[in-house]
Every structure is written in structure tokens, then in C-alpha cells.
Design a protein around this ligand. Structure first.
Ligand SMILES: *Cc1c(COP(=O)(O)O)cnc(C)c1O
Length: 422
């Protein structure tokens, strides 16, 4: 048990094993950072080159000609992403960036009344989301100190859902939560949280950055009001890839909080009228000209996800992380490591969160030995074995490399500090 040979045997039985060869992996490295920046696939490379070619061939007419007419690309890809988040095709559009989409959605859905003025979030949320929520409060004339309610963590890593529900008081106008906490990888029960919010007359939206492409969702059936996510983590759309947003169809027709000419109905847009006629689906929440070159890799990348299926991806991801945790417990028991993510399948996302007081320098040692994790303050090592391109043998090797680092104290020669990009 737990031999390298056994890891190889698991790989031989893996139904998704053939997809690894579609990705550009660096020889001699084990990439476990797909939760920060997914790797390039050949399909994504091809679709980027196709879009460049349409520019070369068509010039301005690329907006309406070629394989992927640019004018309709954001909606066309939204339709294909609907499957990943479990909603209707017209409820998603590929646009903006995570943080900009959050601004758009809060500008649209945060409608304070005399009684309800506060926004509810949690203290472990990704900082960019907190900054955005604070600026939206300020724009509406509210002091974030009083009007942004951040639910506290009991253990510094996870948030109790009961504490979130208890904080859904009559003063709360809007709730914004992550699907998966970026550090500990805790997966929230989005269905229950949405039901509880709605029982209390509160709108709720989710940041899906750490679940999209790793975990299946049913946003429409759960009744989630809105959501937003980036496409460069598990979805492998490339650095700075254009993001996406979802709005439940019950909100179609709502005026976008931040409008621009790309909020228009497509056939009205070039009438150039001073009054906007917004689209009557998620497309209304676009603002300006789409970043076509930063959208292009998604065309190829999404085709992989549709082909493989989210259930298969989630199952393999769970088995890989489970295997990793078992190996960590077995091989690293003497070295002060703690597994900081929740252990139950239904409460954890796509990465393992390993805590150690010397995490920063251990990460540097891992990189020097060809294992790519990432460090998150104060003491976390995130390790994401990704279903589409990592193997059980990658996991086996990474844990054994880590064991050797600890045995030989190779990490001691690095400063225990994070890099500029951790
Ligand atoms: C990665 C990530 C972001 C990043 O936002 P950008 O606008 O793409 O820079 C935001 N929120 C969460 C939870 C993330 O994991």
C-alpha cells in the first residue's frame, strides 16, 4: 500500500488520464498550482491562434465574420459555461474580471432601504472582494465600519454556516460569499445558504473563483441571485483571462448598476442612442468592448470541460486530494504539518491546505525541487492536484519530495518570507 507502484496503478485505472497529454507540462516539474493559474492546453492555444487569425483575415469584419464572430463571443461562451454552473444559457455571460463583475453586481443588487442597509460577508473572504464591497458602501454614502458585517471564523480557517445564518438579520440587504474559501478550501452549502437568505428576504450572490471547473453547481435550481468568477484558475483560460457572471432569470430586466454600450440589446447597440435599451438577459451586465484576445483561450478550454463532464472531474479531484491527505498523514507525521481543510467531501474544494509554521520557506524549497504549490499567509501551503492534468504519481512524488525536504532540512536555507507574488 502507498507505494509508487500503487500510484501508477491508480493512474492506469483513471478514465481521465488521457487528457493530461493535451496540456503543456514542464518536464521535471510537478504543477500543483492549478487553483491559482491553470495550465495551457493545446485546445486553448489553438482557439487563441484562431482568433488572432480572424483579426489577420477580417480586420474590423471579425466582429461579425469568421468561426467565432467577436460581437457574439461573450454570449456564445456564456451559453457554454452555463453547464459548469448549472443554469440557463442566457443566465451567464463571459465579461470583465472577477472584481469588476462584483462591482457591477453589487452596484445592481445592493439597494439599501431605510431598514436594510448592511452587506453581509465573512472575514476570510478574498481581500479584493472586501475592498470592492467597502467601496460600494462608500459610494452609497455608508460607512463600511458599520455597514459591512464580516462573520468571524471560530478557528481562523473555516466559517460555520450556522454563524452565517445567524448573521442574516433584518438589517442585511445583501449577502456576498465565496463558494470555496481560498485558503482553507472550505466549500459552503450554497443551496442551504440561499434558502436561508431568501426566507429572510435577503439577496445572495457567490464568488465561484475556487469552485468553477472543480465542482458542479446548480445555481439556477438553488435560486442563487447572482454569481461571478474568474476563468484562469481551474478553467485554464490563461493569465488575466476574461471572467464571467451569472444572474438568475427572475432578475432579467433589472437595470445594470454600471451601464455601458455593451449592456445594450445587440440590435440596438449601433443605433447609438443616448438612452440605453438594456439586453434582457445576463448580457445586460456587460459594460464595454470585450477583451477578445483574453477571451479566446476559453473557447478551446471549455470544450474540454464539456467533453469530460463536471461529475467526472469532481470525482477524480476528490480522489486525488483524498490520496494526498492520506499520504501526508502517513509520510509527514513527524514534521508538525496540519491538514487545515475540512475533511468531508461535501465540505471541501479542489485543493489541500497544509499548515506549517515554516510554510513560506517550505514552499520555496518545494519550488527549488520542482514542485509548484503556493503559499498563503500566515502559514498555509496550497496543493491542488488538478483532475485534467495531474496524476496520482504526481501526488506520490510531491509528498515524497516534501518528506525529503523535511528530513534533510532543505527548507532552512530559504528565508521564511513570502515572495512578491506568493
Ligand atoms: C482569484 C480570486 C479573485 C481574483 O479577482 P480578479 O479580479 O480576477 O483579480 C477574486 N476572488 C477570489 C475568491 C479569488 O479566488
Amino acid at each position: 500500500m502507498y507505494s509508487r507502484e500503487e500510484a501508477r496503478q491508480l493512474d492506469r485505472l483513471d478514465k481521465l488520464a488521457s487528457y493530461r497529454k493535451e496540456f503543456y507540462l514542464q518536464e521535471g516539474t510537478i504543477y500543483l498550482d492549478g487553483n491559482s493559474l491553470g495550465l495551457l492546453s493545446q485546445r486553448a492555444e489553438r482557439s487563441l491562434l484562431e482568433i488572432l487569425d480572424s483579426w489577420k483575415s477580417y480586420g474590423i469584419d471579425g466582429w461579425t465574420n469568421g468561426h467565432h464572430p467577436w460581437f457574439y463571443l461573450s454570449e456564445a461562451l456564456g451559453e457554454r459555461m452555463a453547464y459548469l454552473v448549472g443554469c440557463k444559457p442566457e443566465e451567464v455571460v463571459v465579461t470583465g474580471s472577477t472584481t469588476v463583475n462584483l462591482h457591477q453586481l453589487v452596484a445592481t443588487f445592493y439597494q439599501p432601504t431605510a431598514a436594510r442597509t448592511k452587506i453581509l460577508a465573512d472575514e476570510l473572504t478574498f481581500p479584493s472582494d472586501i475592498y470592492a464591497l467597502k467601496s460600494q458602501l462608500k459610494l452609497k454614502g455608508y460607512d463600511p465600519k458599520e455597514h459591512l458585517v464580516l462573520v468571524k471564523s471560530r478557528d481562523g480557517k473555516t466559517i460555520e454556516e450556522a454563524d452565517l445564518i445567524e448573521a442574516m438579520t433584518e438589517e442585511i440587504a445583501l449577502i456576498v460569499l465565496p463558494s470555496v474559501l481560498y485558503r482553507s478550501g472550505q466549500l459552503f452549502d450554497m443551496k442551504t445558504l440561499t434558502e436561508e437568505a431568501h426566507k429572510r428576504g435577503i439577496m445572495i450572490g457567490f464568488d465561484l473563483c475556487h469552485s468553477v471547473g472543480a465542482i458542479p453547481h446548480q445555481l439556477h435550481d438553488w435560486g442563487v441571485d447572482f454569481a461571478f468568477w474568474c476563468n484562469y484558475k481551474y478553467l485554464n483560460g490563461g493569465p488575466g483571462c476574461v471572467a464571467a457572471l451569472y444572474v438568475h432569470e427572475r432578475h432579467f430586466g433589472r437595470e445594470p448598476g454600471l451601464s455601458g454600450w455593451f449592456s445594450s440589446k445587440k440590435n440596438k447597440q449601433f443605433d447609438m442612442e443616448p438612452d440605453l435599451t438594456p439586453e434582457e438577459h445576463a448580457g445586460a451586465f456587460q459594460i464595454g468592448t470585450p477583451h477578445i484576445l483574453s477571451t479566446a483561450p476559453l473557447i478551446g478550454s471549455l470544450s474540454l470541460f464539456c467533453e469530460v463532464g463536471m461529475e467526472n472531474i469532481r470525482q477524480k479531484s476528490l480522489r486525488l486530494t483524498e490520496y494526498m491527505m492520506a499520504l501526508i498523514e502517513r509520510e509527514l507525521a513527524n514534521y508538525e504539518f496540519m491538514i487545515g481543510n475540512p475533511r468531508e467531501d461535501k465540505r471541501r474544494g479542489g485543493h489541500v491546505y497544509l499548515e506549517h509554521p515554516e510554510a513560506a520557506r517550505i514552499c520555496q524549497a518545494l519550488k527549488a525541487e520542482g514542485v509548484i504549490p503556493d503559499f498563503r499567509k500566515p502559514n498555509g501551503i496550497r496543493l491542488a492536484p488538478v483532475a485534467l492534468y495531474n496524476t496520482y504519481e504526481d501526488v506520490w512524488q510531491a509528498v515524497h519530495i516534501l518528506k525529503e525536504i523535511m528530513e534533510k532540512e532543505k527548507h532552512k536555507k530559504f528565508p521564511n518570507e513570502r515572495g512578491v507574488v506568493a
